[in-house]
Design a protein around this ligand. Structure first.
Ligand code: FA5
Ligand code: MG
Length: 351
């Protein structure tokens, strides 16, 4: 089943999200600073079992994500995580109740300006006790967050916390689920405001759109899109964690939410980085543009190596020189970086 290529293997130790001054590292810190009381995890090995990545999260046995055409396998028992949710059960089992985990994730996919087989996610989770005290804690937090958002310039297109197509889990009290789903939405709207609010065009409210979704280990589930520079951009998936997943984690009588945030998508708009492949660049023209903790607009540079631009005049002292001889000469000197050779103007022998 081994299908991990050398290029992918070379990415396993890079950890862009912990490299000082790298845009993904600044974005991780920014998200972490928004949840200061949470545990912040960021160096967890990408090697997981299919059991962690899929089974513990109730993925059905025939889910397409399990296939060798979609995921990277070392062997049948060891794979590269396809999402940071692969660590939910482990982290809950260790007793963490509120935590963030940022990591590289791997999916076999096409390669273009917005797709790369390695990208980064931040998982965020919160569980509270499923009793009056836990619900009071959530209610107080909801009141605080609502107050903060009411005073902000943000326009939210919402969907109901619960609906026939996005129902409450049978094991849960719908009143509790409503409070938890509301806390999830308020927490994320507040994070989105923090990330995008400052970069918004003057006077324009920030527009956020909530959409019903499905994930095998959350119900109700949602996706969030942000309207930024004229486009809707899907930035995260989230939901109320399934009882089965919490049972797998040995945390009885708890209730809570989880989200998974795509870091490249967000960094690309915040920094105006036009191509997802640039995040992997070792070129000083890329890396030197950034400082830890600062979001600045990326200045594009040529993807070709430095060259000096001269104007040359070719004097046909040797009249046997053919156009193709000249093309070969250009290729010998400059290689394949030359896109085109053409005669711009031809003068008579004496001008
Ligand atoms: C997930 O990966 C779920 N684990 C999210 C989740 C967590 C749901 C917790 C419920 C509870 P999804 O495949 O939609 O879901 O990816 C989440 C985010 O990662 C997307 O919204 C997007 O921002 C980002 N993402 C997904 N695929 C790519 C890709 N090929 N390139 C860049 N970013 C991507
Ligand atoms: Mg999605």
């Amino acid at each position: 089943m081994t299908n991990v290529s050398p290029t992918i293997l070379s990415k396993l130790s890079v950890q862009l999200h912990t490299q000082p001054a790298h845009p993904l590292s600044t974005l991780r810190s920014l998200v972490e600073s928004h949840f200061p009381a949470y545990a912040h995890l960021s160096s967890v090995s990408p090697l997981v079992t299919p059991h962690q990545n899929f089974d513990l999260l109730s993925f059905p046995p025939d889910h397409p994500g399990r296939s060798v055409t979609d995921s990277y396998y070392i062997n049948k028992d060891l794979m590269l995580r396809t999402h940071t949710s692969a660590h939910e059960v482990d982290v809950f089992s260790r007793g963490e109740k509120t935590w963030l985990l940022t990591a590289d994730v791997y999916r076999r996919d096409e390669i273009d300006a917005s797709h790369y087989p390695v990208f980064h996610q931040t998982e965020g989770c919160r569980i509270v006790s499923a009793d009056a005290a836990g619900m009071q804690e959530i209610q107080d937090d909801n009141a605080r967050l609502e107050d903060h958002l009411r005073r902000s310039h943000i326009l939210i297109e919402d969907v109901p916390h619960l609906s026939p197509t996005n129902p409450c889990q049978p094991a849960h009290d719908p009143k509790h689920t409503e409070l938890i789903a509301k806390n999830l939405k308020l927490s994320l709207n507040s994070l989105i405001l923090r990330l995008f609010g400052g970069k918004q065009a003057e006077g324009e409210p920030l527009r956020v759109r909530w959409i019903e979704a499905t994930f095998p280990w959350t119900t109700p589930s949602f996706e969030v899109e942000v309207f930024f520079r004229g486009k809707w951009l899907e930035i995260l998936g989230c939901g109320v964690i399934h009882q089965a997943t919490l049972d797998n984690s040995n945390v009885p009588n708890k209730l809570g939410w989880a989200f998974g945030l795509g870091l490249e998508r967000i960094a690309m708009v915040l920094y105006s980085i036009p191509d997802i492949r640039l995040f992997w660049s070792q070129d000083p023209r890329f890396l030197s543009q950034f400082k830890q903790g600062e979001i600045n607009t990326f200045r594009p540079y040529s993807k070709y190596p430095t060259c000096f631009k001269d104007v040359s005049f070719w004097l046909p002292t040797d009249t046997t020189l053919h156009d193709n001889d000249f093309c070969d000469l250009v290729r010998d000197v400059a290689g394949d970086t030359v896109e085109n050779v053409k005669i711009v103007s031809q003068l008579g022998l004496w001008g």
